[in-house]
Design a protein around this ligand. Structure first.
Ligand code: MLT
Length: 397
């Protein structure tokens, strides 16, 4: 038996596991200290009442033989009509028309972003922005694929544009970006679509943070761009939109028009999902369907507003100290320069030890992240304000 040796090329642990371990070690060594975590993008607002009511009703359905549900419906890879219809409707409001067969309900964007690679041959070349959500890189390292990096730096506003002299087959884009918070305009995305069409490549578009966009010049979906249905797959999540990090639900859009080597990628993905996945629970899907009801949307907008205020608190704090950053406006992440030329992990330790605040070292997202640090706006208001006071005290001392 031979193991997949590509796993040995990975860092020992996943970025957020390392942050979690270091934080736990610090807490164990310093009992009684209140450590504030603004690291992993995990939400703190409870689920919206509309979602809770829908889930309660779904639990009741499961208790009666007339309404009990086993496996989800086969027709759309275990997605229930009510949820699929609500997603079709939410796209229609952005001017995008989708068929239900193009939407695949999943347990979140992270799994699908990794699993989608089943569809692509190992010899494909992958293009990944640097810095970036580590899942894109790690999953391709596991598969032994050749990875090219597109530099995302202050010089290009952390938004790399296509270089037509480079040949890539699979391109990851995340907008609003994790970790930098930068977001592509529709004009910029047109260039990426043009590139993918020219190269016969596929764009893997992570839209997990689209609900944080308020600027109308920014794209909420890659399918707002003409031609994207012939070259893109979009990954969406209820995690950050509706507080589902613990519930687990997302969806992936694989357009019928996406054909490569004469084969429909939609068909391949349907085949993959029906073989390796048994769907998302009925209770979860009913909760997710309530997100896009009128009442649900109103309640979710309040939660998003709460996180936006946290982002503004962090931004004000950094402005006051004179630290440069991006993000925080159309994104829940703030990407700051480490003060005094410190390295990312150096600043992580400094902040943890001296302010008892945890963030995410930028270098964990790629080499261009060195010297940067990511803070999340998903904490509670009280913790965010307290963390900012501590950061201000420490850095203006
Ligand atoms: C993050 O903090 O980058 C995200 O929460 C990670 C994730 O969504 O998996």
């Amino acid at each position: 038996m031979k193991i997949n040796r590509h796993f040995l090329e990975l860092h020992d642990s996943y970025l957020f596991s390392t942050v979690g371990r270091k934080t736990a070690e610090y807490i164990a060594a310093h009992p009684g200290r209140k450590v504030i975590r603004l690291s992993i993008g995990d939400v703190t607002r409870p689920l919206a009442p509309a979602v809770i009511d829908a889930m309660h009703r779904a639990v009741d359905d499961m208790s009666k033989k007339e309404t009990f549900k086993g496996y989800g419906p086969d027709r759309y890879c275990y997605g229930y009509d009510v949820l699929l219809d609500s997603i079709v409707h939410s796209y229609a409001r952005k001017g995008i028309s989708l068929e239900k067969s193009e939407i695949f309900i999943s347990d979140g964007a992270k799994s699908d972003l990794g699993n989608i690679l089943d569809l692509f041959a190992p010899e494909n070349t992958v293009l990944v922005p640097d810095p970036v959500y580590p899942v894109y890189v790690d999953t391709n390292v596991m598969a032994g694929r050749k990875i090219l990096f597109a530099d995302a730096t202050a010089r290009n506003g952390f938004l790399p544009m296509p270089d037509f002299s480079v040949d890539a087959d699979i391109i990851y884009l995340c907008s609003p970006n994790n970790p930098t918070g930068a977001a592509y305009t529709k004009e910029q995305l047109k260039e990426w679509v043009r590139y993918a069409l020219k190269k016969d490549a596929v764009l893997l578009y992570d839209a997990a943070y689209e609900y944080f966009i308020t600027d109308p010049a920014l794209a909420r979906s890659v399918f707002e761009i003409e031609g994207a249905k012939e070259c893109a797959i979009e990954f969406c999540s209820y995690s950050k939109t509706a507080g589902f990090t613990g519930v687990r639900c997302g969806y992936t859009v694989v357009p019928q028009a996406l054909i490569r080597e004469g084969t429909s990628l939609n068909k391949l993905w349907a085949r993959r999902q029906s073989t390796k996945f048994n769907g998302v629970s009925y209770i979860t899907q009913m909760g997710a369907a309530a997100v896009f009801t009128e009442e649900g949307e109103k309640q979710i907008a309040e939660n998003l507003g709460y996180y936006r205020e946290n982002a503004a608190i962090i931004a004000d704090c950094l402005d006051g100290i004179g630290i440069r950053y991006t993000g925080g406006k159309n994104s829940p992440y703030i990407w700051m320069e480490c003060p005094g030329g410190m390295g990312s992990w150096e600043f992580f330790d400094y902040l943890l030890e001296n302010a008892n605040v945890v963030g995410t070292p930028g270098s964990g997202f790629g080499k261009n992240g060195e010297g940067f640090f990511r803070l999340t706006a998903f904490g509670t208001k009280e913790d965010t304000a307290e963390a900012c006071c501590r950061i201000r005290d420490l850095l203006t001392k």
